[in-house]
Design a protein around this ligand. Sequence first.
Ligand SMILES: NC(=O)c1ccc[n+]([C@@H]2O[C@H](COP(=O)([O-])OP(=O)(O)OC[C@H]3O[C@@H](n4cnc5c(N)ncnc54)[C@H](OP(=O)(O)O)[C@@H]3O)[C@@H](O)[C@H]2O)c1
Length: 289
Amino acid sequence: MVYVEAFARQKRFVLHSFSEAEKEGFLIRDFPIQGRSQGSDLYSYFYKNLSYMSTLKGKVAYITGGSKGIGLAIAQSMLKEGMSVAISARSEEALRNAEQQLNAPERVMTIVSDVTRPQDELNAVAKIMERWGQLDVLIANAGVGHFAAVDQLSLEQWNQMIDTNLSGVFHSLRASLDSLKKSKGYFISIASLAGTNFFASGSGYNATKFGLVGFTQAAMLDLRQYDVKVSTIMPGSVATYFNNNEPSSKDAWKIQPEDIGQMVIDLLMMPQRTLPSKIEVRPSRPDLK
Ligand SMILES: NC(=O)c1ccc[n+]([C@@H]2O[C@H](COP(=O)([O-])OP(=O)(O)OC[C@H]3O[C@@H](n4cnc5c(N)ncnc54)[C@H](OP(=O)(O)O)[C@@H]3O)[C@@H](O)[C@H]2O)c1
């Protein structure tokens, strides 16, 4: 074994060997130095080559709104990387369909949970901890949209968007915080370009997504003190079931849900030292009408 002394500053411990480093999930790529080495060269080489989660195998994620669309695609991407994934939604039937599609019973868990209910989210995380004993990644994805001019928007529509897209994310994060601090994990919210660009008939949805971007960025400043990474992804049009859409060939110009899945994996694999905290993502070419 080649002994190294490398100070993984952000993880606040000292690593003494490659095997110890690997146990902690660090990847040392093509380490060229043989034998005992010391000093800052070794440190800087090691540190430069740290990957945040160099292998995702065995990590556990919780994805709210994971029965369809973006959430389901993120689950698929994570499973390919060897992760275990809990997905939640309100409809049990949709969860059963998703479970079949994911086709990995030993690494998939479905949970009926409504993010608007704080106790549902506490129960969901308790179930994950009971089964897998850890939670490394929370994807707060569940969301709804109602689009109407402000004088047409009903109180019910307003409340549902605020309760789901904004308060719901707080409920999910609050339920996950202890576990994420323990795992030095990652919290990602799925906001929207509607969280930075306002548009007619978007007052309620804009309010929730602007709020969510602010919430997530402030949470990032708080949680990085605990080595918990936080990002918000702000997609433009994605080919999903959102707002009663039925995905089809007419959606080919849109971002495909698996592209957001890939983006999440890229974020998880980003070197520990770097945090893309707010990511805008849009179709390369808008729909040609
Ligand atoms: N599609 C787009 O163009 C687009 C663009 C930017 C951002 N987004 C955001 O992306 C996120 C995912 O949307 P999507 O496009 O994938 O839509 P989708 O295909 O309609 O999927 C939405 C998911 O959220 C779940 N959900 C809704 N309300 C819930 C609640 N109260 N508790 C738990 N789960 C709930 C749904 O299941 P149940 O109905 O069974 O609960 C479903 O699994 C949303 O936050 C949306 O605002 C979408």
